[in-house]
Design a protein around this ligand. Structure first.
Ligand SMILES: [Zn+2]
Length: 56
C-alpha cells in the first residue's frame, strides 16, 4: 500500500510515488509561535494553480 495525501486543489488523493508538489503556508503570529501548514498538490493541479508564476 502506497501512502497518499489529499490534494489541496481537487481534493483527490495524491500517491506519494507520483509527481507531486508541496506548498508551505507560513503564518507569522505576533504573540503565538509561528505555524506552518503544508499542502500537497498533484503535479497537474499545481501547474494549473500556479500557471504564470513559474517560468516554462
Ligand atoms: Zn489535485
Amino acid at each position: 500500500m502506497v501512502d497518499s495525501l489529499t490534494c489541496a486543489v481537487c481534493g483527490g488523493s495524491v500517491p506519494l510515488d507520483e509527481d507531486h508538489h508541496y506548498v508551505t503556508d507560513e503564518k507569522k503570529r505576533m504573540h503565538d509561535r509561528d505555524e506552518q501548514d503544508e499542502f500537497v498538490l498533484h503535479d497537474r493541479c499545481a501547474r494549473a494553480t500556479f500557471e504564470g508564476w513559474w517560468s516554462p
